[in-house]
Design a protein around this ligand. Sequence first.
Ligand SMILES: [Zn+2]
Ligand SMILES: [Zn+2]
Length: 379
Amino acid sequence: MRSLLVVICCLVAFLSNGKNLRIGLFEKDPVKSILVKYNIGRYGLLSESKQLGFFQGKRDKLSVKAYGDKVVVYLNNKKLGSYVWFRMNKQSKLNSLLLFPHNKEKRYRGDIVFYASKGELQVVNEVDLDEYVKGVVKGEVGYGYNKEYYKVQAVISRTYGLFLHKHKEDGFDLCDHTHCQVYKGINYDKNIDQAVNETAGEVIVDSTIGYLNTLFHSNCGGQTVTTDYVWNKKLSNLESIKDTHCRKSSQANWRRTISKDRFVRYLSNKTNRTKEYVLGKKLDFVQGYRKKYYKIGGKKIKLTKIRSYFGLKSTFFSVHDIGEKIIITGRGYGHGVGLCQEGAIAMSKKNYSYKEIIKFYYTGINVIKESERSFYLLF
Ligand SMILES: [Zn+2]
Ligand SMILES: [Zn+2]
């Protein structure tokens, strides 16, 4: 049933517009029912069995509830029916709807599709690619930055939106939170709007014209790392580079103090040695440049493990043993792979163009129009 549903949804999406993306909404905090209110424009109402009229009055309200694997729909408190899927088709590009997940108002353009699985409601927003990119730049970056930096983020988010479709089996392409990209619906910021429009269709590709995995993080601390320092596999185009641009930014330096007892217990656990053995070793550790492991008594512990256990901001840290306590001094925030956001913001203020910034952090790549990809792929 689920796969049939996915096929139907795909088909309807394909027929409406090939360049749409399907975004699973409210994935972080799923809903069992939702209220929809009129905002702008007329919507056609459609289920698997028939056309159900229109949603167009300023006071129109629709409520959708999940019951098992079906959705029950009420229009202005009157039951419309129970369906496998139910969709609201926009009649013009500027249409928008108000959705109220957990009683909070959210605004979306594009079409909305509802279906259910085991009593949980799935709400999917089928939206034009660049409309999606605007909502992602708003969600991932927020308001208050300059247009050149928004262009960087727009090209990255567009590429990522086309590259990474982790939710095919769920019936959509991407979800709306950090698992994929944070998407917050309609953007009302003029700079973001212009940045997305002025880079329309632009994506980052590698030498095989494949979409780049455009990973980014908050601050690299002065040096980015390759993917094998963080995960298992080394990906090309994401090399370790020296970055001086982010060194004066807010996340450039940090400091943590932890008890020596806790640190020693952790090392003893990880190395299968006694606490006395660990205490007899030198605990100090210096990272002038990025390293992959903390070493103690011939054993290695991956820095990502230490970061995750102690909840540190990055793996770019040094350890200082001062007796009763351990002081950890660190640089940067995030995994450190790919583009450094605070470095990119600093570069955009120094008049670097968005393409120069992208090419500084991602090596051996090109920025091309998505529509030109098929042409390059011929060669
Ligand atoms: Zn996701
Ligand atoms: Zn940096």
